[in-house]
Design a protein around this ligand. Structure first.
Ligand code: NAD
Length: 434
């Protein structure tokens, strides 16, 4: 039996043996030097672009099936952002591949030195369900641009997207170097048993620990993209209507709150909270109408497990009486309306884990500066947002709050900057101010 047929057969039952065969084949390709050439990298990036240009309707359709994701959101966040990333990689590729002269010391005179960029080898990419195309293919763009062979394991929680990814990669990409393995825990575990040269994992921190433990066995370097509770601080004296609209776009306009950088909770002063609440309610109605459960502009909750998880957060005795807007749910359609909760206790369930859905608690403080203490007393947020016109407060925010990204006077927009930045693996902190 030829090696391709063998792999095909093994992939029907994807166990450690099949995984080992996959890696062996990819290692062979990498060792041949094929993926290192400039020509190969460009051809694969261009094929990916062609795939996005030609198959956007299929992508939009898969996202409808998995999440009922609105078409505009799919086109912007899952397709256009990826195209930006590919364009940037194609533009910078020659420069990224060029060795960089390095300084030498007098003690090694007359030597010269240079830093030569080289690929890791064979990379495993494990992606989540919430942005199944962007978060699967953006690391693929980075891996290809760096000259690696790779295996992508999309999330089983978004099955239509996972199956389309496997199909499209089969049609458009070089299968001797780029493969998709579909599956859940068993298949991912079989993959993790193998020796990789780099593992990129996006998802929750519980699984991240499993990934790191598996990588540690082979001393494989790992790139983790995790989540967290991202706060939004609302100062007074701002253009409240604009601020609320930007808040709504970042929270419910991004997959109905199922985004890693989604605003998780608001912190504002006791005095300002009523005004803020009123404005948020008005704008939510402007965006999604009087019956948001019927809105075509909101994604649904991904599955019944996540619906039950979010329902549990709402039904917690400590917060069930705190709902001041929304709260409607439709279990059969997996829909939850944008929901605001005021003055929830900090020891409630909703405040102790990442919400990752359409619920938004509002905490109140006496002085706005106190909000920074609340943020710093918790785990480091993936993103932190501040709405203010106060220069001193902006400065204090940047100096005292540490997060994956800080944005002033908007929410979530920094992902667009990330897609434009050059080095995918070095995107850690970025500050956008308006
Ligand atoms: P998920 O359930 O799809 O899991 C992610 C991946 O892990 C999947 O491919 C899945 O098959 C695999 N997996 C699950 N259980 C496993 C196990 N026991 N062993 C090995 N592999 C396993 O997605 P999720 O974790 O629910 O994703 C949501 C989380 O991801 C949130 O915390 C969110 O904040 C975070 N996230 C972070 C980013 C970022 O860029 N920082 C982006 C999106 C999501």
């Amino acid at each position: 039996m030829g090696s391709e047929e063998e792999t095909k057969k093994k992939n029907e039952v994807f166990d450690a043996e099949a995984a080992s065969l996959f890696v062996k084949e990819l290692r062979g390709t990498f060792a041949s030097g094929k993926t290192k050439s400039y020509g190969w990298r460009v051809s694969q990036l261009k094929s990916l672009m062609k795939m996005l240009n030609e198959r956007e309707p299929d992508i939009v359709d898969a996202l409808r099936q998995d999440l009922d994701k609105p078409e505009l959101e799919s086109s912007i966040y899952e397709v256009a952002l990826l195209k930006t990333s590919i364009k940037s990689a194609l533009k910078e590729l020659k420069h990224w591949m060029t060795p960089e002269k390095a300084k030498t010391s007098i003690t090694t005179f007359p030597s010269s030195a240079e830093i030569v960029p080289e690929p890791f080898g064979v990379v495993l990419i494990i992606s989540p369900w919430n942005y199944p195309f962007l978060l699967s293919l953006d690391p693929v763009v980075g891996a290809i641009a760096a000259g690696n062979a790779l295996v992508l394991k999309p999330s089983e929680v978004a099955p239509a997207s996972s199956s389309l990814l496997a199909k499209l990669v089969g049609e458009y990409m070089d299968l001797s170097s780029i493969r998709v393995v579909e599956g859940a825990v068993a298949e991912t575990s079989a993959l993790l048993d193998q020796k990789w040269d780099k593992i990129c994992y996006t998802g929750n921190s519980r699984v991240a620990r499993i990934v790191m433990a598996a990588a540690a066995k082979h001393l494989t370097p790992v790139l983790l993209e995790l989540g967290g509770k991202s706060p939004v601080v609302f100062d007074s004296g701002i253009n409240l209507k604009v601020a609320c609209r930007r808040m709504i776009m970042g929270k419910w306009g991004c997959n109905n709150g199922q985004a890693c950088i989604s605003p998780d909770h608001i912190i504002t002063t006791k005095d300002y909270a009523p005004k803020l609440l009123e404005s948020l309610k008005n704008e939510l109605e402007n965006f999604y109408g009087k019956n948001p459960l019927e809105s075509k502009d909101l994604s649904r909750i991904v599955n019944s497990n996540h619906f039950a998880r979010l329902s549990k957060l709402l039904d917690d005795d400590k917060v069930s009486g705190k709902i001041v807007h929304g709260g409607e749910r439709d279990k059969n359609k997996l829909r939850i309306a944008p929901t605001l909760l005021l003055d929830v206790p900090r020891d409630s369930l909703i405040m102790s884990e990442e919400i990752f859905g359409p619920l938004l608690p509002i905490l109140t403080v006496d002085k706005i500066e106190d909000s920074f203490d609340i943020i710093n007393s918790g785990t480091k947020p993936l993103a932190a947002y501040l709405f203010t016109n106060n220069k001193k407060l902006k400065q204090q925010f940047v100096e005292t709050v540490s997060a994956g990204g800080l944005v002033i006077n908007d929410t979530a927009v920094h992902v667009i900057m990330l897609a434009l930045l050059k080095n995918h693996t070095l995107l850690r902190s970025c500050i956008c101010t308006y």
